[in-house]
Design a protein around this ligand. Structure first.
Ligand SMILES: Cc1cc2nc3c(=O)[nH]c(=O)nc-3n(C[C@H](O)[C@H](O)[C@H](O)COP(=O)(O)O)c2cc1C
Length: 382
């Protein structure tokens, strides 16, 4: 399964593993895959610590960093992240904070101790923070690519990343977005089908992948959304993708930072339990159904705000639920895709990489057998 992109990036398998957990990133890169650390939940200082730790773990293996820069956040920029946060907070109706808090209070989730740092205390999903993330990432030579969750970064940032000799990766959920990212100068495009975890579009993977491959050729495409088995990697490579970009799979690993409640929910979940909600970031996001997502569906609930406002609304809840996971296991905020229905146990990340490669070989053997059955004289073999 070694593709040209593997050679460009110095990785053995074209299996890209997105994770917010540094342990997963390091374990996957060490095992021959390509770990990508999601920076959006980290302050720039925390990112610096995590990248230094990953550098120590991976030796000469490559890895990547993923940031979140909206296509247009002109109204939400400031050189000073704290000044920006204060400005944004003033624009958020009190009702939204009250509603988020009420969900947790009704389920008996304790408040955070006074002065405790939480995810709502910095402005995630803004170019202000993402620029600091990119500046930090470029200090680390093993960071071979910078991905932007929301497509092409602004031109000056794209040029800065290229000047540092790294690849720029843009995620997309539609052919139109892919074409736009290609025109903006992105080196690799991740085509994420609607079944994927996190921010996601409307078109399913098997329909989206070949269209994007065709539309942006010769730019390499990574297929995302619903990969949980090596046979799905074979399907992705067969339509011309140069690799797969995976997320949900790594939540169910020993190395992931999921709480015990989230792990149980992931293993128990059916594919239909991975629902679309705007309750965490304001954009269409696929999460495991929980009392949190259900509450925001209530007709009496306030309409979720846009990005980055809703991120600030949900920020404290994210930290509270991580801090007190057993207080109310029915409430959790867990981005996950439909592939959760394929996940039946918690595994070591390195074992998952090896198993995917073995399953891929198995899929190839099955297809080879079918081809043999065609025989030299059959119409279909000509
Ligand atoms: C828990 C979780 C958090 C995610 N957060 C981000 C993110 O911050 N940035 C990003 O580019 N993609 C994010 N994604 C999407 C992944 O990068 C990836 O495209 C997606 O998980 C692929 O679909 P899959 O979940 O079916 O494997 C997230 C996915 C999950 C499951």
């Amino acid at each position: 399964m070694r593709t040209d992109l593997c050679d460009r990036l110095g990785t053995e398998f074209p299996i890209f593993a997105f994770s917010h957990c540094r342990d997963v990133v390091a374990a996957v890169s060490r095992a021959g895959g390509f770990g990508v650390l999601g920076a959006v939940t980290l302050t720039p200082e925390q990112l610096a610590t995590d990248l230094a730790w990953i550098d120590e773990q991976v030796g000469d293996k490559p890895y990547g960093v993923d940031v979140v820069i909206p296509q247009n956040d002109a109204g939400a920029q400031d050189d000073d992240p704290e000044a920006l946060r204060q400005k944004l907070l003033k624009e958020i109706p009190e009702e939204h904070f009250r509603f988020a808090d009420q969900i947790l209070r009704e389920h008996g989730v304790p408040e955070l101790p006074e002065g405790d740092f939480h995810a709502g205390l910095f402005t995630r999903s803004t170019s202000t923070t993402a620029r600091l993330h990119v500046a930090e990432a470029l200090k680390h030579p093993n960071v071979k690519l910078i991905a932007n969750a929301l497509g092409a970064p602004p031109k000056d940032l794209l040029d800065e990343i290229h000047a540092a000799g790294r690849l720029v990766v843009g995620l997309c959920g539609s052919v139109q977005h892919a074409v736009r990212h290609a025109a903006a100068g992105v080196d690799v495009i991740v085509a994420q089908g609607a079944e994927g975890g996190g921010h996601t579009g409307y078109v399913g993977s098997v329909v989206l992948w070949p269209q994007v491959v065709q539309a942006v050729a010769p730019i390499p495409v990574l297929a995302a959304g619903g990969i949980g088995h090596g046979s799905q990697i074979a399907a992705a490579l067969s339509v011309g993708a140069e690799g797969v970009w995976t997320g949900t799979l790594w939540l169910a690993t020993e190395e992931s930072e999921m709480t015990s409640a989230q792990r149980r929910a992931l293993v128990a979940a059916d594919s239909r339990d991975a629902v679309i909600t705007r309750s965490t970031t304001g954009k269409r996001n696929r999460l495991l159904k929980s009392a949190w997502t259900e509450a925001w569906e209530d007709p009496e609930a306030p309409d979720p705000l846009g990005l980055p406002y809703q991120d600030l609304v949900s920020g404290e809840a994210v930290t509270r639920l991580q801090r007190y996971p057993e207080a109310a296991p029915e409430v959790h905020i867990t981005p996950a895709g439909q592939v959760t229905g394929q996940i039946k146990q918690i595994r070591r990340a390195a074992d998952v990489v090896v198993e995917l490669a073995e399953q891929y070989v198995g899929a190839g053997e099955r297809l080879a057998k079918l081809n043999e059955r065609l025989g030299p004289d059959s119409d279909a073999s000509r």
